[in-house]
Ligand binder design. Structure first.
Ligand code: GDP
Length: 437
């Protein structure tokens, strides 16, 4: 518990924990930590395509769909309407937690959340296969086909599971007709059967029934009652469909502002926006990555990174790694409208004699500190500033003043470059590895 945060001091509010980079910044750890002083934790976008790794008193967990606050007895965890909701993924995660001794969490699922259908996963696989080398590097969890259907208005809301069977059947048959044309003629795959979809949906209904409610109404009431609500984002600014590295982005907004929509709470209630910035860069999937490292330097950072190396929590695939990019991070923090920054995984850099930071881009011979649109970003070369390393292990340190001078200099340099106060420094993967500033 800290004395610095308004919410921690007992002032009730809505706050958001979001990523300023490409994702995998350590949001899960920060959410898990802030869960202690929250009443409700909400996932408001994305699906089970990315994972949060959490290490706490119960062990090490990779959560994909559940909010990272499920480890406390006093919190309610919400799957908001903005989420790509995989029913089997939710069930698997709840079962896994209970099996490993975590008390069964209190979970609510929005009746307006839409369901990831088995054919969304199939279409994701077919399309990535078709694109071959030009693929997006999707985790093939069906997220892009899911959101395409949502905005094409052929998705399935949780509430429809509880409608009359004839209504649901009509919708299923209509969708199958369209999907089968594409499956047969574009991908040369077997047709999907409406009866099977009906059977799957009946199973889903059984599974979700205990959790479904009007979560927007629940949250609005909670705001009135002065509860502390934590919105948990997935991925980061640079994967936002509008402000990220389009088209190598995800399919739902990763910005704190979207929290209001994806959860159904008043936008003006979000008072504290904690953008998580990682002390170096990592990214999954394809797309421009200006400060990327290759070869031995990359392997060393990747192997030392995060908790047990930079490998995807969902897929296990190696993440791309690079030096901290303050051009991207400053933009990332600004587009999140961050009120404060948590700088994570700083302990990992303790092995370096010198630490390069990408502080500007060179594009067509011009130097800029402004993060550009994708067509220009693809031409950007990194301009590096090198800082001295601190050459020691900083894990276990609890006070800012006790950090080595070069480490404090790195933090203060980064803060100046990104332009928002760094209030928390994470120096280890555990819940209590945190320095408040
Ligand atoms: P998220 O999706 O933003 O929650 O991030 P991930 O969970 O995918 O990746 C972050 C990784 O870094 C996880 O393995 C965390 O356990 C780990 N991690 C988080 N904070 C720290 C830290 O301060 N130091 C170290 N060494 N690892 C951290």
């Amino acid at each position: 518990m800290c004395a610095r945060h308004e919410a921690c001091k007992g002032n009730r509010m809505v706050r958001a924990v979001v990523g300023a980079n490409w994702g995998d910044e350590g949001k899960g750890k920060i959410t898990d930590m802030l869960g202690e002083t929250s009443d409700i934790i909400v996932r408001f976008q994305g699906g089970s395509n990315a994972g949060h790794t959490i290490i706490n008193d119960y062990g090490k967990f990779a959560l994909h769909i559940l909010p990272s606050g499920v480890f406390y007895n006093h919190t309610t965890s919400i799957i908001g309407n903005g989420v790509a909701f995989s029913v089997p993924a939710l069930m698997d995660e709840i079962n896994e937690l209970v099996k490993r001794g975590v008390p069964k969490p209190k979970i609510l699922v929005s009746d307006r959340a839409q369901i990831v259908m088995p054919y969304h996963i199939l279409f994701d696989q077919c399309e990535e296969e078709r694109l071959g080398k030009k693929s997006f590097g999707s985790t093939k969890s069906g997220i892009a086909p899911f959101y395409s259907d949502k905005y094409s208005k052929i998705g399935f809301q949780v509430s429809e599971l509880f409608a009359e069977e004839t209504v649901l059947r009509e919708h299923v048959e209509r969708v199958c007709e369209q999907k089968n044309v594409i499956l047969e003629h574009m991908y040369q795959k077997e047709r999907i059967n409406p009866e099977e979809i009906m059977k799957t949906l009946a199973e889903y209904r059984e599974m979700v029934a205990p959790y479904v409610c009007d979560t927007a109404a629940f949250l609005q009431q909670a705001v009135k009652e002065g509860k502390t609500i934590l919105l948990e984002g997935q991925l980061g600014t640079l994967k936002d469909p509008d402000f990220g590295i389009y088209p190598m982005v995800t399919s739902s907004s990763t910005l704190a502002a979207y929290g209001a929509i994806g959860a159904g709470i008043p936008p003006y209630e979000i008072k504290d926006i904690i953008a998580v910035v990682k002390a170096y860069s990592s990214a999954v999937g394809a797309g421009a990555f200006v400060s990327e490292l290759f070869g031995e330097e990359a392997d060393e950072l990747r192997n030392r990174g995060g908790d047990g190396g930079e490998f995807g929590a969902t897929t296990g695939r190696p993440r791309r790694v690079g030096w901290l990019d303050t051009v991207a991070s400053r933009y990332g923090v600004r587009m999140q409208s961050a009120t404060e920054v948590a700088l994570t995984v700083l302990d990992v850099l303790g092995y370096l004699d010198e630490i390069p930071v990408c502080t500007a881009y060179e594009i067509d011979g011009e130097i800029t500190k402004d993060f550009p649109v994708t067509t220009k970003l693809n031409k950007a070369k990194p301009v590096l500033t090198t800082l001295p390393g601190w050459k020691c292990d900083i894990r276990g340190i609890k006070k800012y003043e006790d950090l080595p001078e070069n480490c404090r200099n790195y933090i203060e340099f980064v803060e100046k470059e990104i332009g928002v106060k760094i209030t928390m420094i994470s120096n280890g993967p555990g819940r209590h590895d945190i320095i408040y500033r």
